[in-house]
Design a binder for this molecule. Structure first.
Ligand SMILES: Cc1cc2nc3c(=O)[nH]c(=O)nc-3n(C[C@H](O)[C@H](O)[C@H](O)COP(=O)(O)OP(=O)(O)OC[C@H]3O[C@@H](n4cnc5c(N)ncnc54)[C@H](O)[C@@H]3O)c2cc1C
Length: 441
């Protein structure tokens, strides 16, 4: 149980194994020492020169090399080192929001950051529904004189003399860009598709061949006639839930994914939306969702239902039944409360948003080899592209997936600073050096 009240979290950890409450407090203390510079360094353009210097100072105070080792730990090892009981599962389940296994290098840091954010601010949701977030941003843009045009598929970024000058949509309309194009599409859609390989350095093509997607996603939304009847009182009160038996269960799940198998026991990330925000459904009912990961390429079904990855009606139903059985085992009577459901298979998620490759929610793997200066390909981890005036603004850019807005914000800042006098003077030589040094062009 992760509560925003650290006393509650610590006593829940103590109840699992005496002494683990203090271990939790130690890790929360470490977070307090590095939180601001660490988040600044992660959520500003890379390499984080100003924020990096502050982070270096904070890290020295937080243990220097020992903190660096902590950052590299797989989450299973982190849990073993810090806890006697199972409190480390809070980090592990958070790490598995992304396509990280409990044994992956850096998964400890990923889980620790998410858990500590949860400890500090909870897992906030927009009141009234996720669409309110988009709505708020659109209203702000409109108020500043901007325009949002929807339902137009961009099929090409128009490049003239090495500069992005606009976009073309599927119906042939051209939109001129006076200053910059910020592409909120996966790197795979930008390079070689919206921008032809002829316009791009050959090294980038080879780098993109190595680009790794994160896992696909299978999600179910339910309308329930009553809250989920969890046997656990803590689960009944939580906005966000993780469903797994223990660390080994998470490892089996990750191993199934690595082997291309639809997991036999899907690890579930769940949201009890009415519990988090009473406006989501009528009083006394619950608006619930759960998602799990699926391999990008299904080679078999560890669950024995013969799911092939076609995701036809039979396969979708089999997967829904597997997920519902897992919930029912912990909340007897859950199935009887279902008034309606919508299942979103990898195929549906892909169709509804072409930026989601089979529902991959991170814009590319979150593993170490595709993070920071390796994101989306080895480079500077920045949103600038080899094309002047074109910026990668999606989760494929540093720092990756999630509703934090940093990828778009970094791209916007880069585009704005290129408009300043100094920016204009430096942009062309900087791009030339980057193309030579990073892309060997
Ligand atoms: C099921 C699910 C649950 C998630 N849960 C959480 C969560 O709880 N917390 C969290 O922080 N993150 C969560 N995420 C991850 C988060 O939603 C993504 O990482 C984030 O939205 C990625 O932002 P983006 O701007 O790169 O892409 P998107 O948000 O996908 O935006 C890209 C937009 O561009 C449009 N588009 C793409 N190509 C074109 C084109 N050629 N022409 C015109 N338009 C185009 C798409 O339709 C889309 O509207 C979840 C993701 C999924 C799929």
């Amino acid at each position: 149980m992760l509560s925003r009240d650290i006393d509650i979290t610590a006593s829940a950890a103590d109840a699992l194994a005496p002494g683990d409450g203090d271990a939790w407090r130690n890790l929360a203390g470490l977070w307090n020492r590095v939180e601001k510079p660490l988040l600044d360094a992660l959520f500003t353009p890379f390499p984080p020169i100003r924020s990096g210097a502050k982070l270096a100072l904070a890290l020295r105070a937080a243990g220097g090399l020992r903190f660096a080792r902590f950052g590299a730990l797989p989450v299973r090892r982190l849990a073993e080192e810090e806890f006697r009981g199972e409190a480390g599962l809070l980090f592990a389940a958070n790490a598995l929001h992304a396509d990280l296994s409990p044994e992956a290098a850096g998964s400890g840091m990923f889980g620790w950051i998410l858990a500590m954010l949860g400890q500090g601010v909870g897992y906030p949701v927009p009141a009234g529904g996720a669409g309110e977030l988009t709505g708020a941003m659109a209203r702000r843009l409109t108020a500043a004189g901007g325009r949002v045009l929807c339902d137009r598929e961009v099929t090409q970024v128009i490049v003239r003399a090495g500069r992005a000058v606009g976009v073309r949509t599927a119906d042939g309309t051209e939109y001129h860009a006076a200053r910059a194009v910020l592409a909120d599409v996966p790197a795979t859609a930008l390079y070689g598709d919206l921008v032809s390989w002829d316009e791009l350095p050959s090294r980038l093509r080879d780098d993109m061949r190595r680009f790794q997607w994160d896992s696909a996603t299978f999600k179910v939304d339910w309308a329930l006639s009553k809250p989920v009847p969890w046997t656990s009182a803590e689960a009944r009160a939580a906005g966000t839930l993780h469903i797994a038996d223990d660390m080994d269960d998470l490892t089996w799940f990750a191993a199934d994914l690595a082997m291309g198998q639809v997991p036999a026991k899907p690890f579930l990330i769940m949201g009890q939306m009415t519990t988090a925000d009473a406006s989501r459904s009528p009083s006394g009912t619950e608006s619930l969702w759960a998602y799990t990961h699926i391999p990008q390429q299904v080679r078999g079904d560890a669950g024995g239902d013969g799911i092939t990855g076609r995701w036809d009606e039979r396969e979708v139903e089999a997967m829904v039944a597997r997920i519902e059985a897992r919930i029912e085992a912990l909340a007897p009577g859950f199935r009887a409360a279902i008034k309606g459901r919508v299942a979103l298979s990898p195929v549906t998620l892909d169709r509804d948003n072409q930026g989601l490759r089979q529902g991959a929610l991170n814009g590319g793997t979150a593993m170490l080899h595709q993070q920071l200066i390796f994101r989306p390909t080895p480079g500077l981890g920045r949103s600038e592209t080899p094309i002047a005036g074109l910026y990668l603004a999606s989760a494929s850019a540093h720092p990756g997936g999630g509703v934090h807005g940093a990828c778009g914000s970094n791209a916007a800042r880069a585009a704005l600073s290129a408009q300043t006098r100094v920016g204009r003077l430096l942009a062309a030589p900087a791009r030339k050096v980057a193309r030579r040094v990073v892309l060997g062009d």
